[in-house]
Design a protein around this ligand. Sequence first.
Ligand SMILES: Cc1cc2nc3c(=O)[nH]c(=O)nc-3n(C[C@H](O)[C@H](O)[C@H](O)COP(=O)(O)OP(=O)(O)OC[C@H]3O[C@@H](n4cnc5c(N)ncnc54)[C@H](O)[C@@H]3O)c2cc1C
Length: 479
Amino acid sequence: MHLEKRDYDAVIVGSGPNGLAAAILMQQKGLSVLLIEGKSTIGGGLRSARLTLSGYMHDICSAVHPLAIASPFFQTLPLSAHGLEYIYPEVAAAHPFDNGTAAILKGSVEETAGLLGADENAYVKLIKPVVKDWPAIAPDILGPLHYPKHPLAMARFGLPALTSAAHLVKRFETPEARGLFAGMAAHAIQPLSNLATSAIALVLMANGHLKGWPIPKGGSNQIANALASYFLSIGGKIETNTQITSLQQLPYAHAVLFDVTPRQLLKIAGHRFSSIYKWQLERYRYGMGVFKIDWALDAQIPFKAAGCHKAGTIHIGNTFEEITDGEKQIWQGKHSEKPYVLLAQPSIFDPTRAPEGKHTAWAYCHVPNGSKKDMAAIIENQVERFAPGFKDTILARHKMNTAQMEHYNPNYIGGDINGGVIDLGQLFTRPVLRWSPYKTSAKGIYICSSSTPPGGGVHGMCGYHAARRALKDSFGITD
Ligand SMILES: Cc1cc2nc3c(=O)[nH]c(=O)nc-3n(C[C@H](O)[C@H](O)[C@H](O)COP(=O)(O)OP(=O)(O)OC[C@H]3O[C@@H](n4cnc5c(N)ncnc54)[C@H](O)[C@@H]3O)c2cc1C
């Protein structure tokens, strides 16, 4: 393909994991690529900072990375040579109950199943096929809708995955297995009665058995730093402190890929879109928000259940029924007094996060989109419930409501951390129903954020697929 000379072949706006992945793939193909970031540092949902006291390092957004190590694209990159080291907590996730016990996701399928009593066989039957098929189906699951390479394996996954968690949980009878499954499905950030809420639970559980749920040594920003370091090493360029509000700010390029959500894209490039595409983008739906809290702690969290002490991630919410009820209330615009809380305790495994003998913890709960309510006391009550004495360990806290989340990163519209609801209506057709969801109606303009398939999480696969589309359309590169 003959192309006239421009400032860059491609420009990527936004340096989250998807922007970084898109920039890397295009640079790897021999193009000249500029990555532009509005904030003073790169990374989007992959930043860490000393949010509380000196000596305590906190992950501002993402903390735990089963999807990053499962990412077919990230696996091809020499990230360890660029400083990234993962730490694997012995227990991937623990789910404490009021009676002082906890269900845990750990080791092999059989190991976890063996702790689930009467649900041992039901667990093996549900999760084992996903674990076995994962290497074959991962590229299809973590990509746009298309005819799968392994249709039978995909059907084996798709049939249970497309059901609601409320339906699939009927395979379990013990409160332990039901609670564990609910804690996994609640990562979907929507009512557990919604279709396809089982998908995220199956993916997270299977990957817990395959590789575990690692945390990066030093903080999540180490993933962004490694990606950026590799990108620069192959000739890419990065410009920070450049918030893009108009296409006129951009250098002349053949393709521009936006790591932003539809609402922002409409403001920046809406005048270039067809009226039908604009109409479709305007109808894109955002979901529940999050209230985020980070603590500097005097000691490890004193969970009653021993299984929690070795877990990187804790799902707080007790029973399936309690989590279901809380998520439903929040979806309806109310705040839950006993919300599902997702908590990570990285300093137990990574001594670089806190001074010797001290600890950090990271947590968030779901809230209605745009909520300004301070949920700190409610979250701390939930932790205290399963870890009496927790509040006495708090040295300092840092809080972010949904408005502060959005101010921090304009992609978190109303505090939605997934770039839009990932329900059945927006699972494959995010942001709109099109042959390629990454391509806009304007020539040379693409969207590559988590508002495209496969959606939220740190895996870079939205950026990877968007870049492949742009490489094909704008540069005739198909391999
Ligand atoms: C509190 C929280 C906890 C999370 N926990 C996890 C977790 O543990 N594991 C996990 O896998 N995922 C987690 N996530 C989700 C994950 O962080 C996101 O899904 C992921 O970062 C999305 O990547 P992205 O590249 O699409 O966008 P983002 O990471 O949001 O990056 C977008 C970037 O674009 C920049 N930008 C936006 N607009 C412009 C503009 N106009 N001009 C220039 N730059 C712009 C932003 O500043 C930002 O740097 C969490 C998110 C949050 C907020």
